[in-house]
Design a protein around this ligand. Structure first.
Ligand code: HEC
Length: 146
């Protein structure tokens, strides 16, 4: 009965797919950012809400969106959308909870920036433009718990 045959290829295929996904996660993050940067910027402009705000943002206009995209693509996988360390890869890497008030109180902006640029422990380093790094520092500050 040909049609009741067990498709033997499904298992190796699934394994190969999983391997490909894992490999994709291990890629240096900066490579992806370069693909995202211009397209997001353009997309934002074209899809723009058409309100008066647009003009005021002029040349710095792309940065907040880029910081947001960068956070979601490069950081949230470990640290979680709200910085709690609860991203999908958070437990595996023991990603830090960035909201802790005691840590926030003793760390300086420069130290946060250095962690992003140089990496720390199991956190990889990120080769990002200074503007984005500063935006990410502000993003990290916004997670501070009361
Ligand atoms: C692969 C998982 C991973 C990714 C991706 C990641 N981090 Fe981390 N991050 C960690 C881990 C693990 C630590 C704890 C490092 C340690 O203290 O040894 C950490 C710590 C930190 C700290 C606190 C360091 C300190 O002084 O204690 C900051 C700030 C931080 N990450 C910001 C970011 C930002 C911003 C991004 C995105 C650009 C990012 N992280 C991406 C895993 C990650």
């Amino acid at each position: 009965m040909p049609c009741r045959r067990t498709p033997h290829w499904t298992l190796p295929l699934a394994a190969a797919l999983t391997a490909a996904l894992v490999a994709a996660c291990d890629r240096p993050p900066s490579v992806e950012l370069k693909e995202w940067t211009p397209s997001d910027h353009d997309g934002e402009k074209k899809a723009g809400d058409g309100t008066a705000k647009q003009g005021a943002r002029s040349d710095a206009g792309g940065a907040p969106a880029l910081v947001e995209i960068t956070w979601r693509n490069q950081c949230a996988s470990c640290h979680g959308a709200q910085g709690k360390g609860d991203g999908p890869q958070g437990p595996m890497f023991k990603a830090a909870d960035l909201g802790r008030a005691d840590w926030q109180a003793r760390v300086s902006d420069a130290e946060i920036a250095r962690t992003i640029v140089d990496g720390k422990g199991r956190m990889p380093k990120f080769d990002l433009p200074d503007e984005i790094v500063q935006g990410l520092v502000a993003r990290v500050r916004s997670f501070r718990e009361p």
